[in-house]
Write a protein that binds this ligand. Structure first.
Ligand code: GLA
Length: 349
């Protein structure tokens, strides 16, 4: 096991940013405190060949200019809030509409654009890095000073665990996730990846990618990943929800109880034999097949990110929760602690 810190350069305002390299089990992970982001995750395939299985950048300035949320922590509220508007205790709050008509991924300067305070932590059977950020009252329109803590732990069993904590001094809303794009082959598109989701229902959405309300059964639709299926098999099907998203970009309802750690997804890449397992305490998971990647972003080692070169499995509360009283609540009151956890485990078979 090894943890090393180095400089990741400076932001445009001169602030110094760090890069941490953690090595445990068969995998090596690099993290930065700009956006509390996963920069790389290097893992062996069945023959022991190493590859980086997440998208990202070589320099902090590219993270500063990033528009695809590569690897970052997303908050204060991940995914979409319709019209950037919600009501809390009778007060109406207006948030920036930074994606057409809607508020997306915490706004213009969400947690992915924040410089977090990092500190090494002792964890059992692994290495830990804690990142803290104080999101001020009214930042991006959200009420309350929110103290956020994200702990990354890399364990000997090849798992990267992310623990999320938050506390507020005024009632607010919180929904944190990590926006890593995975490509278990290390390059190319993700259409040959096979996906299993622990989910029988998903949330159909409207043209603004906002859930229309009811949960819909995945049965007999191209949305069904209850049986492990190659992602490319049905991604161009003439099914309204697939057409609307240009592929997959939907919140799935994870079976079992929110609040309890359970398996949410398995991704298998047949060429390399790499397998990614996702466990979480969250009630939902956004499966996004990288449909908006269009070759306009150049990432690590000059790699151009083309359409569907990465897939995201964003464990989260449901999109637009504050405007759907029947969705699990994302409200947080003073005195309470927001707490969620997600584990990404990578092996080769
Ligand atoms: C999420 C959304 C997508 C897109 C990406 C970022 O996964 O669901 O629609 O906004 O983030 O590009």
């Amino acid at each position: 096991m090894k943890l090393e810190q180095s400089d990741f350069g400076q932001l445009s305002d001169g602030s110094k940013v760090g890069l941490w390299r953690l090595q445990a089990g068969d995998i090596e992970v690099r993290l930065t405190n700009f956006g509390a982001a996963i920069v790389s995750m290097i893992c062996p395939d069945t023959s022991g060949n190493m590859a980086d299985i997440v998208l990202g950048y070589d320099t902090v300035n590219e993270y500063e200019n990033d528009k695809i949320y590569a690897g970052s922590t997303i908050g204060r509220v991940a995914n979409r809030i319709d019209k950037g508007r919600f009501t809390l205790d009778g007060n109406v709050y207006e948030l920036p509409r930074n994606s057409g008509e809607v508020h997306l991924h915490g706004g213009i300067n969400g947690f992915n654009k924040a410089l977090w305070q990092a500190q090494e932590l002792e964890v059992e059977n692994g290495l830990g890095l804690e990142m803290k950020y104080l999101s001020l009252d009214n930042e991006e329109g959200y009420p309350g000073n929110l103290q956020v803590k994200v702990v990354f732990s890399l364990k000997n069993d090849n798992s990267l665990r992310i623990d999320y904590y938050a506390q507020t001094d005024k009632k607010t809303i919180v929904n944190l996730t990590n926006h890593s794009y995975f490509n278990l082959a290390g390059s190319g598109d993700i259409l040959d990846h096979e996906l299993w989701l622990n989910s029988e229902y998903f949330l159909p959405m409207n043209k603004n990618f906002v859930p229309i309300g009811a949960e819909l059964s995945v049965k007999n639709t191209p949305m069904d990943f209850h049986k492990q299926t190659r992602i490319g098999n049905r991604i161009n099907d003439n099914y309204q929800q697939i057409k609307l998203a240009g592929g997959y970009d939907h919140n799935y309802v994870i079976s079992g109880n929110g609040g309890e750690m359970r398996k949410a997804a398995i991704v298998h890449e047949p060429q390399s034999g790499r397998v990614l397992e996702v466990f979480t305490t969250q009630p939902g998971i956004q499966f996004y097949s990288g449909n908006f990647l269009d070759g306009s972003v150049t990432g690590k080692s000059g790699k151009v990110y083309q359409k569907r070169n990465g897939l995201c499995l964003e464990t989260q509360h449901y999109p637009d929760s504050p405007n759907h009283k029947d969705f699990p609540s994302i409200e947080l009151s003073p005195g309470d602690t927001y707490r969620q956890a997600t584990i990404f485990r990578v092996t080769a078979e």
